[in-house]
Design a protein around this ligand. Structure first.
Ligand code: 13P
Length: 260
């Protein structure tokens, strides 16, 4: 549930940090952010699966939330290479990232699978962080809002209002803005998309819940555009990749937003 004053801020380390590197990153991040009031910022880190167990021990009871980068919708079974919600829950994962652009576009994940994953994460008491975003081609055709509506309506198909209020975050991450070849988004384009996402969430869950689901922006977020993006009331936080993979940079960007 989003309190408009609360900043959501975190990073997905993709396939970049080993267990040892994740441990070092989290140890430094904990020191740098120890003075923060958890009522001001909801921080989260989403490392590789192999780092989750140690990450949980390091974060211990700290307010920094721990996320997993993917989930299988089944609890157990013949699904070689998959990680089940039961396994994530056993480690003490708080958040599950679902439908990231790289999962959809490199590994062919569909909205239908995203829906089953959202369902599984919520059933097992974790927060589902559903990632949505249009490709460059879809933007060129002018169908970005249709794409976002579809991703939300399918991905959240079985989710009730009370589940959404308790255990759902959305990340808008346009595919063309993500990663080393990504193009930073303009403020007005981000504003228009976030207004649309908010409208769809209100259509799905009603004014009270839909207006309070945290919606984060991600894709080439950096020190230069973080404050500009956060000036939009429909953007409740930032989901950062490259620019947050050094704990000092994570902390610097976070402070610049909190002190704005
Ligand atoms: P970049 O910030 O590196 O573009 O990545 C964003 C992202 O994919 C967060 O999930």
């Amino acid at each position: 549930m989003n309190d408009s004053k609360l900043l959501y801020f975190g990073t997905n380390t993709k396939m970049y940090k080993t267990n040892e590197e994740t441990r070092a990153f989290l140890t430094e991040l904990l020191k740098l952010t120890a003075d923060l009031n958890p009522d001001d910022a909801r921080l989260f880190v989403i490392p590789s699966f192999t780092a989750l167990t140690d990450a949980r021990k390091i974060l211990n009871a700290s307010p920094i939330k721990l996320g997993a980068q993917n989930i299988c919708w089944e609890d157990a079974g013949e699904y070689t290479g998959e990680i089940s919600p039961v396994m994530l829950k056993e480690i003490g994962v708080d958040i599950v990232e679902i439908g990231h652009s790289e999962r959809r576009h490199i590994f062919g994940e569909t909205d239908d699978q995203a829906e089953k994953k959202v369902r599984a994460a919520i059933n097992h008491g974790m927060t589902a962080l559903l990632c949505i975003g249009e490709t460059n081609e879809q933007k060129d055709y002018g169908i970005q809002d249709e794409v976002l509506s579809m991703q939300l309506k399918i991905g959240l198909h079985s989710i009730t209002g009370s589940e959404a209020a308790k255990a759902l975050w959305i990340a808008y991450e346009p595919v063309w803005a993500i990663g080393v070849n990504g193009v930073p988004i303009s403020k007005s384009y981000a504003q228009d998309r976030h207004a649309h996402i908010r409208k769809v969430l209100i259509d799905l869950f009603g004014e009270e819940t839909g207006s309070r689901i945290p919606v984060l922006y991600g894709g080439s977020v950096n020190m230069d555009n973080a404050l500009l993006l956060m000036s939009d009331p429909n953007i409740n936080g930032l989901f950062v990749g490259r620019s947050a993979w050094e704990a000092a940079n994570f902390n610097k960007m976070l402070r610049s937003i909190l002190n704005r």
